[in-house]
Design a protein around this ligand. Structure first.
Ligand code: ATP
Ligand code: MG
Length: 239
C-alpha cells in the first residue's frame, strides 16, 4: 500500500503563552483529495494548517509529507523542499504580501526556488492571469482591497506550482463573482487541496471530505454529504 501524502499523527500544539490549541489530531490525506477543515472561531483550523508546511512545529506528535517528518531539527534545505511541495495561503493576506509591487510579490516564490528573473516573472504573470488579477500586476499590494489582496496571495502560492495547496479561508471577503471564480478555479486545479473555511456552501461544491475541529479536537471526519447534514454535530461545533 502506498504512503498517504500527508500524515498527521497525535498532533498537539501549545502556543508559547500556554494556550493549548490542538489536542492529539490523527488523520491522513491522500493525493488528489480536496479536504475541508471546518469548525467555529478558535477551533484550531489555522493552527493545524500552519503545521502542514512547518511554519509551526508540533509540541507533541508529528506531521509527515510523503513519509518525511517535519521537525525542528531537519536541515533547512529539506524544510524548503517541503514548502515547495506544500504551498500555504495564510488567513491574513497581509502576512504574505510584502514586495513593492504585486508582480514582484508573486514572482518572489519562484525566484526563491532558483528560477531566473524572466522565468519567475512568466510564472507570476501566469498565476495572476489564472486568478483574474493580472491587471493588478504593477500595483503596490498594500494599496489593494481585501479581496484583491486575497486573490494575489493565492496567485503567489500557485506561481510555485505546489503539489498540495493549503488555503486558510480563501473565500473570506470575496464578492460573489470573485468567490464563484475562486471555486471554479480550485475545482479545475489538479493539486491536492486542504481548505479551512466557514463557507459551507463552498465545502459542499468543492470538497470530497470534511474534517470538523472543535476546541482543538477532531470531532468528525467524513464526506460532505454526511457531515453537512448532521445538524447536531454542526451545532455542537459552533457552525
Ligand atoms: N499566536 C497565538 N498565541 C496564543 N494563542 C493563539 C495564537 N494564535 C491562536 N491562538 C489560540 O489558539 C486557538 C486556535 O486558534 P486558531 O487561530 O487556530 O483558530 P481558527 O479555527 O483558525 O479560528 P478562526 O475561525 O477564528 O480563524 C484559539 O484558542 C486561539 O485563541
Ligand atoms: Mg483561522
Amino acid at each position: 500500500m502506498s504512503l498517504p501524502l500527508i500524515q498527521v499523527c497525535a498532533l498537539s500544539y501549545r502556543y508559547p503563552d500556554g494556550q493549548q490549541a490542538l489536542h492529539g489530531l490523527d488523520f491522513c490525506v491522500d493525493s488528489g483529495e480536496c479536504v475541508a477543515v471546518i469548525g467555529g472561531n478558535g477551533a484550531g483550523k489555522s493552527t493545524l494548517l500552519l503545521h502542514l508546511n512547518g511554519v509551526l512545529m508540533p509540541s507533541a506528535g508529528h506531521v509527515e509529507v510523503d513519509g518525511v517528518s517535519i521537525t525542528q531539527a531537519m536541515p533547512r534545505a529539506s524544510l524548503q523542499a517541503i514548502r515547495r511541495r506544500v504551498g500555504l495561503v495564510f488567513q491574513d493576506p497581509d502576512d504574505q504580501l510584502f514586495m513593492p509591487t504585486v508582480l514582484e510579490d508573486v514572482a518572489f516564490g519562484p525566484m526563491n526556488m532558483g528560477y531566473s528573473a524572466t522565468a519567475a516573472t512568466a510564472c507570476a504573470l501566469q498565476a495572476l492571469t489564472t486568478v483574474g488579477a493580472d491587471h493588478l500586476a504593477s500595483r503596490p499590494p498594500y494599496r489593494l482591497s481585501g479581496g484583491q489582496k486575497r486573490m494575489v496571495a493565492i496567485a503567489g502560492v500557485l506561481a510555485m506550482s505546489p503539489q498540495v495547496l493549503v488555503l486558510d479561508e480563501p473565500s473570506a471577503g470575496l464578492d460573489p463573482a470573485a468567490r464563484r471564480r475562486l471555486i471554479v478555479l480550485l475545482h479545475g486545479l489538479g493539486q491536492t487541496q486542504i481548505i479551512a473555511t466557514h463557507d459551507l456552501d463552498m465545502v459542499q461544491n468543492l470538497c470530497t471530505r470534511v474534517l470538523v475541529l472543535r476546541q482543538g479536537i477532531l470531532a468528525a471526519d467524513g464526506p460532505p454529504g454526511a457531515i453537512l447534514t448532521d445538524a447536531h454535530l454542526l451545532g455542537h461545533c459552533g457552525l
